[in-house]
Ligand binder design. Structure first.
Ligand SMILES: CNC(=O)c1cccc(C)c1Nc1nc(N2CCN(c3ccccc3Cl)CC2)nc(N2CSC[C@H]2C(=O)NC)n1
Ligand code: NI
Length: 183
């Protein structure tokens, strides 16, 4: 299972690389990696597992964060979170997006960033995405709210982008044009 010791932190070069597309059928190694990414986010939302293995909670994690530069990430929202999304995304893409933006009112956190970096992270409010599942079957979905934010945050990791790259350096809490706050 993936533990915090397996997660590379800001400054590690893999976090600044463009991750490689994955070929299908997946190798056993890539399939295991994808399943372990999903296992991490599920474990990280379980109080007992957090306690037992000292996990940092998250709703998403991307392969570059465990030092594998491949275009794979997992996002999981617990059923009682009010959100309905649990996906392994392979070779994910945003195919279209709203003009309207959105940002987390409390700022963003990242498993690879061991400090709190305050500031609004402007993202698209609504996105239409496509990705493949473990079997290589392509799926398409429309996301909004926290799921849309998480998808964009994890997709950034596949392109060597960190959430704080988007924060206004002059005024981290500057009003974002045509944007809604998500709390
Ligand atoms: C909604 N809370 C806020 O916004 C937020 C609020 C305050 C501070 C910050 C800094 C916030 N920001 C932020 N908080 C999260 N978590 C809140 C706690 N939660 C969680 C915790 C415990 C059990 C189960 C769960 Cl589910 C896990 C997820 N996650 C992200 N991000 C940015 S996009 C990818 C996602 C991610 O997984 N990061 C590791 N940002
Ligand atoms: Ni992150």
């Amino acid at each position: 299972m993936i533990l915090m010791k397996d997660i590379v932190r800001e400054g590690h070069p893999t976090l600044r690389q463009r991750a490689e597309e994955v070929k299908f059928p997946l190798s056993a190694e890539d399939k295991k990696l994808a399943e372990e990414l999903m296992e991490y986010v599920v474990n990280s939302q379980d109080e007992e597992m957090i306690e037992k293995y000292d996990l940092r909670p998250g709703v998403g994690i991307a392969a570059p964060q465990v030092n594998v530069a491949k275009r794979i990430f997992a996002i999981h929202f617990d059923e009682d979170s009010g959100e309905n999304l649990s996906i392994i995304a392979i070779n994910p893409k945003i195919v279209s997006h709203s003009v309207e933006k959105a940002y987390l009112a409390s700022g963003e956190g990242c498993l690879s960033v061991d400090r709190f970096i305050p500031g609004y992270v402007p993202r698209y409010a609504r996105i239409t995405v496509k990705a493949s599942d473990l079997e290589g079957k392509e799926y398409k979905m429309r996301l909004k709210g926290l799921p849309a934010i998480a998808f964009q945050h994890e997709l950034d990791h596949l392109n060597g982008v960190m959430f704080f790259d988007h924060i206004n350096p002059d005024n981290p809490f500057a009003e974002i044009e045509n944007a809604i706050a998500i709390s």
